[in-house]
Design a protein around this ligand. Structure first.
Ligand code: UD1
Length: 416
């Protein structure tokens, strides 16, 4: 358990580099299992989730070693095809290893990932896609056991554009004989990164960014490399921190084209936002305006992961906002904590109504999940006095040196 200490009221000023994307690198680490190869991942963020994914590879008999911001993986000689409960529970998205293991070993056994902080986290679409590719899957009380002597290409219509199910299907399909077409695929930028990596490994994959993805063949290569793209949710976090604290900051190494709905919402709040090729500049002083209605949707809609951050930015707005969550059932667990700072938020099912207040005051809070925890840190930057946030490790799953970088911008933030 770490305790974050945030003393609000200090405007942010300066420049910060956006870290590599957590959600882009995790499926790539899993996909490295597809064939014997050495992969070099540059700009790989230092995060506990990345470490957990590397631990899974090590457990399977592969090597993973980090030097500065480069993670080198060697998947030449794995010697087992199961992931035990402790490793599955360290990282909820470890179900993404199912497709790669099935592709490489013809079998896989993982413990059931279970629910998470955001509510139920079903994996039916993942299993449906793998079954269509020819896998036999047995769901036991505590384990999922998969076998496929031979994977064959298939048409895979997804009932929802699930990011994880699209990734699992893309990876497994590389080892299938014949063509696979995924319909209603997720269109998130992370799918594009996975496509780039699979192509670097020798697969023929096309269509990422559109709802139809085709996998037509695979001639495995022994070496592959990838530069991990910037983390769009971390970028959104910095921008929202600047609104909460007030001030003026510049993000470098960013991909503004992946942040359109977030930048539009911040513009609507009256912040001065300017984006260049890989730079975003934001200035915000005093109480912002309201973002109005914020409705989360699959990409290119407003990202569910950025909603808690934008809510933090709107707590002291001059007006009211409504947040409508369409992806996860328990996205707003941070809201009750924010009310302890004096925020005016009422929840009704997937709706959160926020009435801007003039001032927030520091309090003792508990971080409920990764983005909710970061949103509490952001909100505390705009609260008078000290806020203590108890965090059972959620924040470090997704943010590299958040405290150090906030301090470099002038914030008073520490954790122990
Ligand atoms: C990924 C991201 C997460 C982000 C989410 C939505 C990673 C590691 N995590 O999560 O940060 O918030 O995309 O952008 O990349 N669903 C089913 N059955 C399934 C799979 C999903 O019903 O088999 C539902 C989920 O409950 C949810 C919706 O589909 O309601 C979207 O989930 P999904 O896109 O799969 O999210 P993740 O890949 O888990």
């Amino acid at each position: 358990m770490s305790i974050w200490h945030v003393t609000g009221g200090r405007p942010l000023r300066g420049s910060v580099r956006v870290q590599g994307s957590k959600n882009a690198v995790l499926p790539v680490i899993a996909a490295s299992l597809l064939c014997p190869n050495e992969t070099e991942l540059i700009n790989c963020p230092h995060l506990s989730d990345v470490e957990a994914a590397a631990d899974i590879l090590r457990h399977l008999g592969c090597r993973a070693a980090r030097r500065d911001d480069t993670l080198t993986i060697d998947t030449t000689a794995p010697d087992r095809c199961d992931i035990p409960r402790e490793l599955m529970h360290k990282m909820r998205s470890s179900v993404i290893f199912l497709g790669p293991m099935l592709a490489r070993f013809g079998q896989a056994q993982v413990s059931v990932p279970g629910g998470c902080e955001l509510g139920k986290r079903p994996i039916d679409l993942h299993l449906h896609a793998l079954r269509l590719l020819g896998a036999e899957i047995r769901e036991e009380e505590d384990a999922i056991v998969c076998r496929a002597a031979h994977l064959r290409g298939a048409e895979i219509p997804l009932a929802l554009p699930s990011v994880g199910a699209t990734e699992n299907a893309m990876i497994a399909a590389c080892a299938a004989e014949g063509t696979t077409v995924i319909y209603n695929a997720a269109r998130e930028p992370e799918i594009g990164t996975l496509q780039e990596y699979l192509c670097a490994l020798g697969a023929q994959v096309s269509g990422a960014g559109s709802p139809v993805i085709c996998i037509t063949g695979f001639s495995p290569r022994r070496q592959a490399g990838l530069r991990v793209p910037p983390d769009r949710i971390a970028a959104a976090t910095w921008l929202c921190c600047a609104v909460c604290a007030g001030g003026e900051i510049e993000l470098t190494g960013a991909a503004p084209e992946h942040l359109s709905p977030v930048l539009a919402a911040l513009g609507k709040m009256g912040c001065a936002v300017a984006a260049g090729h890989d730079v975003i500049h934001i200035a915000s002083y005093g109480r912002p305006g309201s973002p109005g209605a914020v409705v989360t949707r699959p990409y290119p809609g407003f990202p569910t992961d950025a909603a808690p951050l934008l809510m933090a930015a709107g707590l002291r707005s001059r007006g009211s906002a409504v947040f409508i969550e369409n992806i996860f059932e328990s996205r707003f667990r941070h809201a009750e904590e924010m009310t302890k700072l004096g925020a005016d938020i009422s929840l009704r099912g997937p709706l959160a109504m926020v009435n801007g207040v003039e001032r927030l005051t520091g309090a003792g809070l508990t971080s409920p999940d990764l983005r909710g925890g970061a949103a509490l840190v952001a909100a505390a930057l705009g609260a008078e006095g000290e806020t203590r946030i108890n965090d059972p490790g959620h924040i470090l799953r997704g943010y590299e040196d958040l405290d150090v970088r906030l301090r470099s911008l002038g914030a008073d933030v520490w954790f122990e």
